[in-house]
Design a protein around this ligand. Structure first.
Ligand code: ADP
Length: 265
């Protein structure tokens, strides 16, 4: 099967759309590849595939090889720079035109998910991140069934759950966590996105909404809280260009220094 050369599979889940799940997937992929790991991203958000846009590869088209569909390369590995390869597969690459609507019933989505798991040729890959649609839809059930059946023991590392801090979002994410419990998918942790606003002038982070809802929820479920990401206009721009955000010296979130180390970008 096409996942044979993949070491770890990580699902990225969210209860609601628009909380930043695809952004977190993209940044996680970039960070892992910049740390030297070979990374694949599989975009299973069939009706709203936004991953190709976030990597700036919207017009790419996948080709078929004997081993399956060849994912699109964002960058090759550069061992001298300590950078790993980054490849992406998305339904967006198979649509005839950019922005074409995908109006499919459940069985067709289920079949597509199965095909994505069996027909994409992932070469040696340390981490395969799977970006899922919001909620617990046909795609999730199909993913869980296929992965639990086909993955090697330990290959499915688990799920990263993304939420915003507000109670309306965390209420939906609780359903997502229950889904993981029911399907025996380990929750690696919760990321709280958009938990404050980074001022573009002074880099100070202000909690314009409430903060901490993701952490409370993680504690309630006994899962790890992985951290907070503020609303950052710089992030918004950089996510469109597919680069890791950089922060000037002295930038802090919750008193923690998040400035970019010298030499990194
Ligand atoms: P989802 O995948 O949950 O639907 P997206 O990742 O597509 O959400 O994010 C929705 C929008 O919010 C995108 O335009 C994205 O660039 C923006 N966004 C997400 N997280 C942040 C953040 N921390 N700061 C600024 N903009 C963000």
């Amino acid at each position: 099967m096409s996942l044979a050369k993949v070491k770890h599979i990580v699902l990225v889940l969210s209860g609601k759309g628009g909380v930043g799940k695809s952004s977190v997937t993209t940044q996680l992929a970039l960070s892992l590849s910049l740390a030297g790991h070979s990374v694949g991203v599989l975009d299973v958000d069939l009706t709203g595939p936004s991953i190709p846009r976030m990597f700036g590869i919207e017009d790419a088209k996948v080709t078929q090889a004997p081993g399956g569909w060849l994912p699109i390369t964002v960058h090759e590995a550069d061992p001298s720079a300590g950078v790993g390869s980054l490849r992406v597969m998305s339904l967006g690459f198979l649509l005839p035109k950019r922005g074409d609507a995908v109006v499919w019933r459940g069985p067709k989505k289920t079949a597509m998910v199965r095909q994505f798991l069996s027909d994409v040729f992932w070469d040696e890959t340390d981490y395969l991140l799977i970006d899922t649609p919001p909620g617990t839809s046909d795609e999730h059930i199909s993913l869980a069934e296929n992965l639990l059946q086909k993955a090697r023991p330990g290959q499915l590392a688990g799920a990263v759950v993304v939420t915003t801090p507000q109670a309306v979002a965390t209420a939906d994410v609780r359903k997502e966590l229950n889904f993981c419990t029911k399907t025996n998918i380990r929750v690696l942790g919760v990321v709280e996105n958009m938990c404050g606003f980074v001022c573009p002038n002074c880099s100070e982070c202000t909690n314009i909404f409430m903060s901490g809802g993701g952490e409370v929820m993680a504690n309630d479920f006994g899962v790890r809280f992985l951290g907070r990401v503020p609303i950052d206009p710089q992030f918004l721009v950089l996510i469109e260009t597919g680069k890791r955000p950089t922060y000037p010296a002295g930038t802090t979130v919750d008193g923690k220094d998040i400035s970019t180390p010298a030499g990194a970008s």
